[in-house]
Design a protein around this ligand. Structure first.
Ligand SMILES: Cc1cc2nc3c(=O)[nH]c(=O)nc-3n(C[C@H](O)[C@H](O)[C@H](O)COP(=O)(O)OP(=O)(O)OC[C@H]3O[C@@H](n4cnc5c(N)ncnc54)[C@H](O)[C@@H]3O)c2cc1C
Length: 452
């Protein structure tokens, strides 16, 4: 055999960035086919936005009940190397041999010996507003995202920790039965080699406090859709009871406002966020299931419910649950005598509408996840004018990028519901698997030629 005949085989391992339902689905498809997956997640645990949801439209399945078996499977899969609380900071190489540098943030807890007993969280004296609970719930300075977290290992939030702030406390360390707290822990950097990459970084909600509209950030009883999911969720801060943030009372009149920052080319995002009509109908319906004598109003521009059994779902909200749909835009939301006043116009009747609500729930535009631009830059991928990743070709290559070996999955591409996200993720996984299959046959053929 001469040196020219030696072939370095492409690496049949994949890196997936983001472990929401898209990244998890792609990881499971590839891992179940027998290939290794490195799954990188920025948060301490996996599941993405779906882990925040209460029930899912149009079936009203319990989101946690259908998600947990998958997070557990990902967490235990022998072919999946889970790297949570981590981010990709450099990528070199090309299709078949990417070299990826990953930074694992210091958790200040030795996860190798932590048993996830939760005592540290129980004993921690510092409570702070929780991002995961979307501002309607609190967590400790040492925390896991949720009771179902995978991995079920806590991290210390350095900014909130009394010890890091003032040099004393160490309650978590005192009570940890296995000595897992490590205040000296530092970030760790590892390198992984993979042959292909899937980007599944998902979405955020439009930062409504920047809009200065609808009272968000000023009126405590104006919240966004994800916060309402947490109020509805049995594992949420109110154990599934709908309570308004200001005084914990059960709201009897709730106004839902769609297109908050979407379809507004002059001031905000010009595009339709596609799923808000559906989750608002779900919210209004679930609210009525919990507060039988409550009244739900939905302000909408028009209803976009394209999807199997989606239209029927919205009709059910209107006809069976008696949710009052008002076609029109809201002009003002403000606080008065403990109520949230909502002024708008019903464009069908031409009349002004005024509701003295107890709670207002906004459906903000979906926007690319913070940091998606940096990932695009690392990988040399194009994004559109709003920052969403763009496919190589919209019709026939929806999960491919212009860069060979790099694929897209889920809401990193644009607003998407769970079924579409999962289908897309399986599409990206199929593309990776077909690359690996091709490489296997090429390597076999080459070695056969070399031998004969
Ligand atoms: C209020 C609300 C209600 C909804 N209800 C429903 C419903 O009932 N039914 C339905 O079908 N859909 C619903 N959806 C939509 C659903 O949330 C999405 O379809 C789904 O979460 C998309 O999954 P994803 O994995 O693409 O993105 P995400 O869930 O956003 O997951 C992305 C993951 O990537 C991680 N990540 C991001 N950047 C990086 C990085 N640089 N490095 C490492 N990790 C990173 C994130 O931390 C996150 O874990 C709802 C959405 C909202 C806002």
């Amino acid at each position: 055999m001469t040196l020219d005949e030696i072939v370095v085989p492409p690496i049949q391992r994949v890196l997936i960035i983001g472990a929401g339902i898209a990244g998890m689905q792609a990881a499971l498809d590839i891992a179940n086919a027998g290939y290794e997956v490195v799954l990188v997640e920025r948060e301490p645990s996996i599941g993405g936005r779906m882990a925040q949801l209460s029930e899912t439209f149009p079936t009203l399945d319990c989101a946690q009940c259908i998600l947990t078996p998958r997070t557990v499977e990902v967490g235990h899969h022998e072919n999946i190397r889970l790297r949570t609380y981590s981010e990709v900071e450099a990528v070199e190489g090309d299709l078949g041999d990417f070299r990826v540098r990953i930074r694992r943030h210091a958790a200040y807890v030795n996860w190798d010996i932590c048993t996830g007993c939760g005592l540290c969280q129980e004993k921690c004296p510092k409570r702070v507003v929780s991002d995961f609970e979307r501002g309607v719930g609190k967590r400790k300075a040492i925390y896991t995202l949720s009771p179902q977290a995978v991995p079920n290992k806590p991290v210390i939030d350095r900014q909130s920790c009394i010890y890091f702030e003032r040099g004393k406390c160490r309650a978590c360390e005192k009570f940890c039965p296995v000595g897992a707290i490590d205040f000296e822990q530092e970030d760790a950097v590892v390198e992984e080699r993979v042959g292909a990459i899937v980007v599944a970084t998902g979405y955020d909600l439009y930062p409504l406090s920047l809009m200065g509209e609808y009272g968000y950030g000023e009126v405590p009883d104006v919240i966004d859709g994800l916060a309402f999911e947490r109020l509805l969720s049995a594992s949420g801060p109110t154990a599934g009871q709908v309570r308004r943030p200001s005084d914990g009372k059960e709201p009897k009149e709730v106004v839902f406002i769609q297109c908050a920052g979407s379809r507004d080319p002059e001031l905000h995002m010009p595009y339709c966020s596609k799923i808000c009509c559906m989750y608002t109908a779900k919210h209004a319906m679930l609210y009525k299931h919990k507060v039988h004598d409550g009244q739900a109003y939905v302000f909408y521009i028009d209803i976009r419910s394209a999807g199997k059994r989606y239209e029927e779902f919205v009709q059910r909200a209107m006809e069976e649950e008696h949710v009052l749909y008002v076609r029109g835009k809201v002009s003002r939301v403000f606080r008065e005598n403990g109520k949230v006043m909502v002024w708008g116009t019903d464009t069908l009747s031409g009349r002004n509408v005024e509701v003295a609500a107890d709670l207002v729930v906004l459906a903000p535009a979906m926007v690319p996840k913070a940091g998606a631009g940096a990932v695009a830059e690392l990988l040399g991928l194009p994004t559109d004018e709003h920052g969403w990743f763009t496919a190589a070709e919209a019709n026939f290559q929806p999960v491919e990028t212009g860069r060979p070996g790099v694929f897209l999955a889920g809401a990193a591409v644009g607003p998407m519901d769970i079924p579409e996200t999962v289908a897309q993720a399986s599409g990206a996984a199929a593309k990776v698997l077909s690359l690996f299959a091709r490489w296997s046959s090429e390597v076999t053929v080459t070695s056969q030629v070399t031998v004969t």
